[in-house]
Design a protein around this ligand. Structure first.
Ligand SMILES: Nc1ncnc2c1ncn2[C@@H]1O[C@H](COP(=O)(O)OP(=O)(O)O)[C@@H](O)[C@H]1O
Ligand SMILES: [Mg+2]
Length: 158
């Protein structure tokens, strides 16, 4: 398991981290689904990070939070990005109803999941896990990122 921690001072650093991560995510499991879990309290920056990931993958349009629709879909050159937010999910049955397994097994799919812990029993093991926490710093915009993956993601440190 590769694990490391990073600090972001503001929204723009978080977006830039997402852009850097996007290239790593694209390299996971060639020709197979890719799964990213984003955990952390409301307002820590999970959606902001996802905006950076999508930008890094070449998506130029608007990105909206999937809080109300559960999933927002973005088509980029060779992939479909499925951005999920399970915050409102009470029972995993709600996810079966939207056809969750088809998204998760799409060979060209990249699933980025906020609040995966609301449905952990039906989700596969992620390729990348990112936890975002508030910091005790006086500056309330500071966030701490803990990044875990079984893949080699060390390039990010450079
Ligand atoms: N370092 C930071 N990284 C990300 N967002 C930040 C940061 N500092 C302040 N913010 C603000 O925090 C909020 C994060 O919102 P959002 O990304 O929707 O969070 P989440 O999806 O985790 O609920 C935004 O209003 C953003 O401007
Ligand atoms: Mg969000």
């Amino acid at each position: 398991m590769n694990s490391f921690q990073l600090t972001s001072e503001n929204e723009f650093e978080t977006r830039f981290l997402g852009e850097k991560l996007s290239q790593q995510i694209l390299e996971f499991n060639f020709g197979s689904p890719k799964i990213v879990f984003l955990t952390g309290e409301l307002g820590t920056g999970k959606t902001t990070l996802t905006k950076g990931i999508l930008k890094g993958m070449g998506y130029k349009g608007l990105v909206k939070s999937p809080t109300f629709n559960i999933v927002e879909i973005y088509e980029i050159s060779d992939h479909s990005v499925f951005h999920f937010d399970f915050f409102r999910i009470v029972h995993s049955r709600e996810l079966s109803e939207i056809g969750i397994q088809e998204y998760l097994t799409d060979k060209s799919g990249i699933s980025i999941i906020e609040w995966p812990e609301r449905a952990s029993s039906i989700l596969p093991k992620p390729d990348l896990k990112i936890h975002i926490g508030h910091s005790s710093d006086l500056n309330e915009d500071v966030r701490k990122f803990t990044i875990n993956s079984d893949h080699d993601i060390g390039i990010l440190l450079g």
